[in-house]
Design a protein around this ligand. Structure first.
Ligand code: ATP
Ligand SMILES: O=C(O)[C@@H](O)C(=O)CO
Length: 425
């Protein structure tokens, strides 16, 4: 094992795993702090749910993951957070970085959420989402982690007692040797965490090469793209052209969507526009007992005989707001997640072997209901979303799962995903 990754959320973990596989590393994702022996792979990604928990809990879980990854022989540790640097004023990016640095006995790391293929770039320490500063993007209004400052040096400095500095783009543009020299100079000046600029994949490759021998890298998924070639240059890794190969499956296909993000709303709209079979979950009807998970499942199962079915709670912001006002944000979220998770488990029981799930929280609930503990990472459907393979405990069959971050994927994502997994239309 070469690389051990600690990811602060579920779909973020599959995102970084996908980057590694794309560049030839055989990668397995483990759900939660590993309990037993870790499987054989070049990279292991531990998926935590530590993005918005109390910093103390996030630190505890991250250190648990670190211990397991080190025991398995990881040469380098990677702390993966969101490409929009999602955090609260208290953390958890700063506190987790501090704890990992201390445990690893290192006094220099980088911080770089850039993911240019998905429009996230960092310039002069400022994070852009598409053409807008982070603070002027939709992230400004995020319910849990509103990001109102695009200056990452300032944002991170507020979360750590260690000194935060900046590795500027003009240095990165000069190549890995210059970036490495500048990191050493910053370290000599007392900087412990350097926010690194990156505006395209070339910059990510440079940063990965410059940081391949640091004990710890902290980043979004982007920097991971450059690590496999950097390891190969050092003779640590022989990239495997088959790293993304997954077994073919037979059986039905379904999509379960609990994400209400803009991208997912467009994907659901496209599916419906194309006349795809669909069952809509209405949270108020669920709450009042006019809908039940069992009833919705039955309806979906009937459609499944002819074609793939979409089960969705996805709705526009006004509709979600009205439901949240009636039921409470937390209660509405859990009600829908539990219903979708039960329906997903029922669909697998009914023979679904290709399952797309939209939304990070929704994915967490579904994977828990399926009692999946490990995912082998396969080919990318779009930047940040791979197909993955798990073992269905009940049948022993291979189950293909695509866990999509809310904001990822184009409007045709669901159809593209099923086609890539061999679903004949
Ligand atoms: N119609 C609805 N009304 C209220 N809440 C809903 C509705 N549909 C889904 N939800 C809830 O909204 C939340 C969506 O979160 P989820 O993490 O699944 O998606 P996301 O935030 O778009 O994805 P990501 O975290 O990957 O960006 C879930 O808790 C889900 O149960
Ligand atoms: O980095 C990203 O944007 C995603 O992997 C993610 O973490 C979404 O929650």
């Amino acid at each position: 094992m070469i690389l051990g990754v600690i990811a602060d959320d579920f779909t973020g973990a599959t995102d970084v795993a996908s980057m590694l596989v794309r560049a030839g590393m055989r990668t397995v994702q483990v759900l939660g702090v590993p309990q037993g022996a870790l499987p054989e792979a070049d990279a292991i990604v531990v998926a935590l749910k530590s993005r918005t928990t109390a910093p103390e809990a996030a630190v505890r879980e991250s250190l648990g993951a670190l211990a397991a990854l080190r025991a398995a022989g990881a040469r380098q540790i990677y702390f993966k957070y969101c490409s929009t640097f999602d955090s609260t004023p208290r953390g958890n990016i700063g506190p987790v970085t501090d704890a990992l640095m201390q445990a690893l006995g290192t006094d220099l790391t980088i911080a770089c959420p850039a993911f240019p293929e998905n429009g996230r770039t960092v310039f002069r320490g400022h994070l852009f989402v598409g053409d807008a500063l982070l603070s002027e993007s939709g992230m400004r209004q995020h319910p849990l982690t509103p990001m109102t400052d695009a200056n990452l040096v300032r944002v991170l400095q507020a979360q750590t007692a260690q000194r935060v500095g900046l590795l500027r783009h003009d240095t990165v543009a000069q190549g890995a040797a210059a970036a490495r020299a500048r990191l050493q100079a910053l370290q000599a000046e007392g900087v412990r965490i350097a926010v690194a600029d990156a505006v395209d994949n070339g910059d990510l490759l440079t940063l990965a090469e410059a940081c391949a021998e640091l004990p710890l890298v902290t980043a979004g998924s982007g920097v991971a793209l450059g690590l496999p070639p950097a390891y190969a240059r050092r003779g640590w890794l022989r990239p495997d052209a088959q790293a993304a190969a997954l077994p073919a499956v037979r059986g039905a296909s379904a999509v379960v969507s609990g994400s209400c993000s803009e991208a997912t709303n467009a994907q659901v709209a496209r599916w419906l526009h194309n006349g795809g079979a669909a069952v809509q979950v209405d949270p108020l009807a669920l709450h009042e007992g006019r809908q039940t998970a069992a009833g919705l499942l039955l309806k979906a199962e009937q459609m499944l005989q002819q074609q793939p079915v979409l089960v969705y709670a996805t709705a526009a912001p006004e509709r979600v707001g009205a439901v949240q006002q009636a039921l409470g944000v937390q209660a509405a979220g859990e009600l829908v997640e539990q219903a979708l998770a039960r329906i997903a488990a029922g669909l697998v029981q009914a023979g679904v072997r290709r399952l797309v799930v939209a939304g990070g929280e929704t994915s967490g609930a579904v994977v828990q209901a399926l009692d999946v503990q490990q995912l082998r990472i396969g080919p990318s459907i779009c930047p940040g979303v791979p197909w993955t393979a798990a073992r269905d405990a009940a049948s022993g069959d291979t189950l293909l799962l695509a866990l999509k971050s809310g904001n990822f994927g184009g409007p045709d994502f669901f159809r593209e995903a099923l086609a890539l997994a061999g679903h004949a239309p």
